[in-house]
Design a protein around this ligand. Structure first.
Ligand SMILES: Cc1cc2nc3c(=O)[nH]c(=O)nc-3n(C[C@H](O)[C@H](O)[C@H](O)COP(=O)(O)OP(=O)(O)OC[C@H]3O[C@@H](n4cnc5c(N)ncnc54)[C@H](O)[C@@H]3O)c2cc1C
Length: 420
């Protein structure tokens, strides 16, 4: 059995940062990753550009049953510390309205430099090796548990400190299949149900095929079954054959996932003409009906609404797109204006974990010491990254959470080794 002081289970963003922080504290570190390379998910982030943090930070950017857990951790190691540490590694930042990317606009820069740092720090890296189980090791002399036995599909390891950074369940083709939850549960931890977040919504309406491919600027509000506003956002909406997507939909999707998981029927309300009031839209349609009386109802929306959205809107309102504009009655005009401002959609599902950028839910943070990321249940066991019940909004906050929690866990595990 091989021995190590700190074993990092999972070589994603949190694991790479945890390994570097532990090694900086002079501990011997081994990182075990099931994929053929470290940080595969980092390569996919920010559309291949890696939005690794954000200058704008507030409590609302991090979610979970106890979002204050993230806030406290960020006070210890936040975006400024991340940017400075990355600069010291050689990753020069590029600020795009607060969204921070590497100046190269290549996610591979971040992953490769972290890899080079790991290698030059002398950290042992095992890839293509899957962790299959973890047990406590009992010291025969003292009768006390003093380390962890980590089994993989290739070997067994004795580790004094164990940091679990195996991620959540989102995007499993990058390696994260939720295995870490099993380890946590085996050690007595409880889980807030992991659900897909930062994903699109599947809408239970007949017209979605008509709007597929359309995009517009607009707002989206997510409501619970009993009509409580859970979350709202504004920005570029994207309409797809199964439903609705785009950053604003991603931002509200965790609340929809949670509501659906309780067997409830959440719904969305979109405003697809945010620059105009309902009254202005009524006036505009009346004017167009007069001006283009000899054209079809569909035609009077030209220059005002994307053709695909026009088709979906008219289908939703049960108005024939081909009928002459002069047949459009006043009450139909009022209805169309109302729907453009208050487009109701019943949501039957969100995109699944394959389509989600992150997991909401995870290990209950009330069982974790925020100062160290150490388990309050099992000494010497640490968790970091998406496996914990913290999820960020879009904009670099999920990677920031991985750096923050990974840094704190690695530093604490490393210090615990060197101070003993
Ligand atoms: C398409 C996409 C785009 C994104 N864009 C952004 C963005 O621009 N900005 C942002 O902030 N966030 C973004 N995110 C979210 C962000 O990438 C994640 O929240 C973050 O990478 C999580 O880091 P992690 O280390 O906790 O988990 P992961 O990155 O999932 O890493 C976990 C690692 O553990 C390994 N592992 C799992 N089980 C085992 C096992 N049994 N044995 C050994 N190894 C194991 C996995 O292979 C994986 O490498 C994006 C996510 C996706 C999917």
């Amino acid at each position: 059995m091989e021995h190590t002081e700190v074993l990092v289970a999972g070589g994603g963003a949190a694991g790479m940062m945890a390994a570097l922080a532990a090694s900086k504290n002079e501990a011997n570190v081994l990182i075990i990753e099931r994929m053929n390379q470290l940080g595969k998910k980092i390569l996919a982030t920010g559309n291949g550009k890696c939005n690794y943090t954000n200058y704008y930070q507030s409590k609302e950017c991090y979610r979970g049953d106890k979002p204050s857990f993230a806030h406290k951790a960020l006070q210890k190691f936040g975006h400024k510390e991340t940017i400075n540490l990355f600069k010291s590694y050689g990753i020069l930042p590029f600020d795009n309205n607060g969204y921070v990317y590497p100046i190269t606009q290549q996610a591979s820069s971040v992953r490769d430099i972290l890899n080079m740092q790991l290698e030059s720090s002398g950290i042992d890296i095992h890839t293509n090796e899957k962790i299959t189980g973890v047990h406590l090791h009992i010291n025969k002399k003292t009768g006390k548990r003093d380390s962890f036995i980590v089994s993989t599909d290739k070997s067994r390891y004795l580790a004094k400190k164990l940091i679990i950074t195996t991620g959540g369940k989102a995007s499993p083709f990058h390696g994260s299949d939720g295995f870490g939850y099993k380890i946590a549960i085996d050690f007595g931890h409880s889980l807030i149900t992991p659900l897909p977040a930062l994903t699109f919504c599947i809408v239970d309406e007949k017209y979605t095929k008509d709007w597929a491919g359309a995009r517009t600027w607009g707002s989206i509000k997510a409501y619970s079954e009993d009509g409580n506003l859970m979350c709202k956002d504004f920005g570029g909406l994207q309409f797809v054959a199964q439903g609705i997507s785009g950053i604003p939909v991603f931002q509200v999707s965790r609340y929809i996932s949670k509501e659906l998981s309780k067997g409830k029927k959440p719904y969305l309300i979109a405003d697809i003409m945010p620059l105009y009031s309902e009254e202005e839209l009524v006036y505009e349609l009346l004017y167009r009906k007069e001006k283009y009386a000899s054209y079809s109802i569909g035609d009077i929306f030209k220059g005002m609404l994307n053709n695909k959205l026009t088709a979906a809107l008219l289908k939703k309102c049960s108005i024939s797109i081909k009928r002459p504009a002069k047949e459009l009655m006043d009450d139909n005009i009022k209805k169309l204006a109302y729907v453009m401002k208050n487009w109701h959609m019943d949501v039957k599902a969100t995109g699944d974990f394959d389509k989600a950028q992150v997991t909401c839910g995870g290990i209950n943070t009330s069982e974790i010491n925020v100062e160290t990321m150490e388990s309050k249940i099992c000494k010497g066991l640490y968790f970091a990254g998406e496996i914990l019940d913290i999820d960020g909004i879009c904009g670099g906050y999920n990677l920031q959470w991985a750096w923050t929690s990974g840094y704190i866990a690695g530093s604490a595990a490393g210090k615990a080794i060197t101070q003993n």
